[in-house]
Write a protein that binds this ligand. Sequence first.
Ligand code: MOS
Length: 693
Amino acid sequence: MTAFTPHETGRGLPRREALLKVTGRAPYSAEVGPAQGVHDAWHAALVLSSIASGRVTAVDAAQALAQPGIVAVLDHTNAPRLAGDDDEHLVLQSERIEFRGQIVAIVIAESSEAAREGARLVRVAQEATAARTRFDLDAEFEAEREPHGDDAARTLASLSGAAHVVDATYSTPPEHNNPMEPHAIVARWNDSPGGGPQLEAWLSTQGATGAAKTLATTFGIDADQVRVRGEYVGGGFGSKGVVHAPDVAGALAARAHPGRWVRLTVTRQQMFVLTGYRAPTIERIRLGADADGRLLALDMTAYTQVSTVKQFIEGATGVPAMMYGGERRTLRQKVATLNVPVTSWMRAPGEMPGAHALECAMDELARACDLDPVELRIRNDVATDPATGKPFNGRRLVDCLRLGAMRFGWSERQAEPGTTRDGEWLVGLGVASATYPALMQRGSETSIEALGSGRYRVRMGSADIGQGAWTVLGQIAADALGVGIDDIDLQIGDSAGPPATVAGGSSGTASWGASIIGAAQAFREKFGDDPGQGDELRAGGTRPEEYKKHAMHSFGAHFVQARVHAVTGEVRVARMLGVFSVGRVLNPMLVRSQFIGGMVMGIGAALHEAGVRDELGHVATGDLASYHVPTHADIADIDAIWLDEVDPLMGPLGARGVGEIGIVGASAAVANAVFDATGIRVRDLPITPATLV
Ligand code: MOS
């Protein structure tokens, strides 16, 4: 009996929960009620600091408490004490203010309206100290962090001997992930010891298992004393990958009132300061190539910022370190620690800005060498990872570039930028490479129970944030157990189930899938193909030995046709094609959707998205009216295709992740197409009309 034969897997099944979601019947965490055992919930609302550094000197809650329906106001003087050592999670544990928008009080009320009105009426006296909020090259940077590659002097010597040199500096602004469903928690502490877990929470999360562990650490209790559920999640993009302060705030508000459910929903405005975002970056890249365009040297300095509260570094050197060759390479990161909201995961953290800078620099190098930018990339392909020296797991970047060039009509490209016109529109083509690590995390387990009549219940703690886990895990389980998808009763999104790793790092499906296959194999070995009703087994999967011996990556290529209005500078992405090499495609409909979602986010990064922080540390673009994202009207002819392949180094499933690679390099392809159309190189994102006319 083979471990895994794809029948259901590979079919383009629509999402099984799609109808529930689009008709509003899939309960998101904020919406749970009596059907989920949540009765008479109170509501919590947050009061945020209005200074970027200093301390709270007094919280006057009298006016708020005088309002009908207000139950309590928590601040740092009366909030329950927390354990743990992650400052982001230590909500209301001290009077210190580290950034503008930090939680300084929580109002608990009988209705959400009363809670929000109460939050407006709480008076917080604050004493400001000098704050550092500005991020640019004049910020105070720590010494180089983790410099890797060759000695810098040797790289610079190699650069100075190169026939062609590009020396350019790029930047990306703060970018804010805004899933349609803002973060929310509905929590209750047990008031009858011995009766179930101490803390129960419905949480909008990318990983119930991890969130339960973090909440346990934060509250100083055992992990098995916390149950986190989040069965339906309306997007995450990384913002729900780790526990953020509002999640703790909700549990903290409930802690103060054992036995009572307390609901905390994060407002859209609060999403911009309390749930993580992509830090701004600046990349100086120097590339040196020989007369034929072969890379000799790469020198890169990536600047970024972290919050004083927590170190999360947007690691932009990762992609440039592994993408192409060159005999001398030096990469370094410089970090400024500022009084700003906590940075965190946003789709392809590090890879996105790093690939943007590198792929724009490669375009500039192609111009300098008078080479086709597709050809330049093909010439600089490598078989082993320059960063680790390990062989790649079958790197097919060149196949992606060649297939994409053919499908896209790349041969129509004119060599001279700014020379193709269609009436008032300038037209240009751009290309960029994409890559993302192929991660397979260990630690997931799956429980399988025979329900009789060839049906099985399959349980694990995985999250479906919209990527399609409800569907594709059902497909995988069906094939692993040799039945149809309708014979699988899947239960996910609950930390009470077997543990699952996070829906992050594009690692979810491959990691969870391996555990389903491992558990199914163990189940069939123990109980055979005709198990008795109630037979149950819980097990995990394995990762192939060869996995660790290889540099595990996916690859891809983006092609863009941009149209730029010669008078207004308006940019339209008229056509976009992504070609990807990701191993086996488990569900073409969902995978294509993931790729296109990433590419659309790349268009957003290229043309629309820009978080603006003013001199006071205030995020001035704290809503979707001022923080622009692409809408349907911004997206025209867009498509994603892939190579037909299976990656044996990813185990029986043969699939690598698809969630993040779509954004990597996508913004560079747009920027390169805009250059091709106009002859104008905009190195600071986003490319707005004002930068072009
Ligand atoms: Mo993704 S940013 O790893 O959730």
